[in-house]
Design a protein around this ligand. Structure first.
Ligand SMILES: [Zn+2]
Length: 301
């Protein structure tokens, strides 16, 4: 009898607790976050989980260098509570987009605080935007994003901090694994040809030299002279590790491979994740996938 009374009181207490806000973070709707491209979407999701509803302007397997917003996307930005971009010049269209959507909320630059690689390209030196290709930089992205989520949604600050701690441990393990995976490859074999220069941060972090016939951006065309020079280099150095990226036009690299008698490796994921049912659907999977492909290619050199 007494136990029954206690149980009834406990049930009533639990119901009141949820009603009165004790379970606010469970009942509060998720915060609306818009990001520029798929890799940021994954990082926001890893940290925020069910507390965030994250939408990406640029989807999987798509090029972030060239982007035209649709009217629907302008509406999504207008209603967002937080907008996360990469920065370092990747989203040349960002200011115009914010103005067109009349978005007045916070714009967070995920790459803030990384040490940028300057690149000459065809014009004046500019920062290379592909900083996420170094896992240590992805840790900085994650910390910036967690802080932005906390600022925008302080009630769930502790959830975001926990999400960051868990994800940071995963990134540290990933960085170690990449180093271990590549450790046995002799320096002379550490040369790779890719379509567009998206791997300089990967190269600096993990000691691989990347050569690319295209300039920094996927919208620039390689010169005939540049390609001829690259072919001479491939032959001279016996490079067999030739790769396409998931966001690039394959024709040039296929022609190059034929010319030097090499076979192309599987596509590398540079500026976008794969679709959900493919092997690079998260940032961590993407880095593991690229590393396995690069290793196999370099061992053929
Ligand atoms: Zn790129």
């Amino acid at each position: 009898m007494r136990a029954n009374v206690i149980r009834r009181w406990l049930t009533l207490f639990c119901v009141l607790f949820v009603w009165c806000g004790g379970g606010a973070s469970a009942t509060k709707p998720p915060i609306r976050v818009l990001v520029s491209f798929s890799i940021l979407k994954d990082i926001v999701h890893e940290i925020g989980g069910a507390d965030v509803r994250v939408t990406s302007l640029i989807g999987p397997d798509s090029d972030a260098h060239v982007f035209e917003p649709s009217p629907d996307q302008l509406r999504v930005l207008a209603q967002a509570q937080l907008f996360v971009v990469n920065g370092l010049g990747l989203e040349g269209w960002e200011t115009r987009l914010v103005q067109s959507a009349q978005y007045g909320g916070p714009v967070v630059v995920a790459s803030h605080g990384i040490s940028p690689i300057e690149t000459a390209g065809s014009g004046a030196p500019a920062p290379d935007p592909h900083a996420w290709q170094d896992v240590k930089n992805a840790e900085i992205y994650a910390a910036n994003i967690a802080q932005a989520l906390e600022d925008a949604d302080p009630e769930r600050a502790e959830d975001y901090r926990r999400g960051l701690d868990r994800y940071r441990a995963e990134l540290k393990a990933l960085d170690r694994d990449i180093r271990d995976e590549l450790a046995g490859i002799p320096p002379a074999k550490r040369r790779v040809i890719t379509t567009h220069d998206a791997f300089t941060y990967y190269g600096r972090a993990y000691d691989v030299i990347f050569l690319a016939p295209e300039g920094l951006s996927t919208d620039s065309e390689p010169s005939a002279e540049g390609i001829a020079r690259l072919i001479r280099q491939i032959r001279r150095e016996g490079i067999k590790a030739l790769f396409l990226e998931n966001v690039s036009d394959p024709r040039l690299m296929e022609a190059l491979a034929r010319e030097v008698g090499a076979t192309l490796g599987p596509p590398l994921f540079s500026d976008a994740l794969s679709r959900a049912d493919e092997p690079a659907s998260t940032y961590v999977k993407m880095m593991r996938c690229n590393t396995a492909a690069l290793k196999e290619g370099m061992l053929k050199n």
